[in-house]
Design a protein around this ligand. Structure first.
Ligand SMILES: [Cu+2]
Length: 195
């Protein structure tokens, strides 16, 4: 290779590198790591529907917010247990309804998802109650540091996914409580899906 050709090749490489730097710096192309994971769950059950959104926060916690409404004869005024369950499966016709969503999300070597009473209210998927008003409408807005939407040992996006369940009764958040005291029958369900 003659000297001129080598010089031309080097020059071409340098120009290309400069253009890449200008593209990244001046045009402010966002890097993937700046985007915090988001997800949603379309909540559905007999005469109940709604949407919950989930967003990873800067501090690593996850905010969960949205609205759920239903026939007030079914989604009765007052408190209703709401949890992240261990499998991303919502089957209203399962017996009992939505039982295929499994127990409360609780991964790890000492996880104890079922029977739910054994480790309640210490599961990673245990959350504050949904508060329903007189016409069967509820706004939910909580922050939990127990789960993650990203790559993490506590990510809700594990092998079999996760689902959010709304229960008939209040979750009394009580250790050693019965199945009924953790919320009882399942009224509605939504698979957590990445946005
Ligand atoms: Cu539950």
């Amino acid at each position: 290779m003659n000297k001129l050709l080598r010089f031309k090749s080097l020059f071409f490489i340098l120009i290309t590198l400069c253009l890449v730097v200008v593209w990244e710096v001046l045009l402010g192309k966002p890097s993937v790591s700046q985007t915090l994971p988001q997800a949603q769950a379309q909540i559905a059950g007999p005469e109940i529907n709604g949407t919950l959104f989930l967003k990873q926060q800067d501090d690593g916690s996850v905010r969960i917010w949205g609205q759920i409404q239903g026939n007030p004869q079914i989604l009765t005024p007052g408190l209703h247990g709401l949890h992240i369950h261990s499998a991303g499966v919502c089957e209203p016709d399962a017996s009992p309804a939505f039982s295929s969503a499994g127990g409360h999300y609780d991964p790890g070597p000492y996880g104890n998802e079922t029977p739910v009473e054994n480790n309640h209210p210490y599961h990673l998927g245990d959350l504050p109650n949904l508060v329903v008003n007189d016409v069967g409408y509820a706004v939910y807005n909580v922050v939990t540091s127990r789960i993650s939407l990203g790559k993490s040992p506590v990510s809700v996006f594990d092998e079999n996914g996760s689902a959010i369940i709304v229960h008939r009764f209040p979750d009394q958040q009580k250790a050693g409580g019965t199945g009924t005291e953790t919320g009882g029958p399942r009224l509605a369900c939504g698979v957590v899906t990445s946005l």
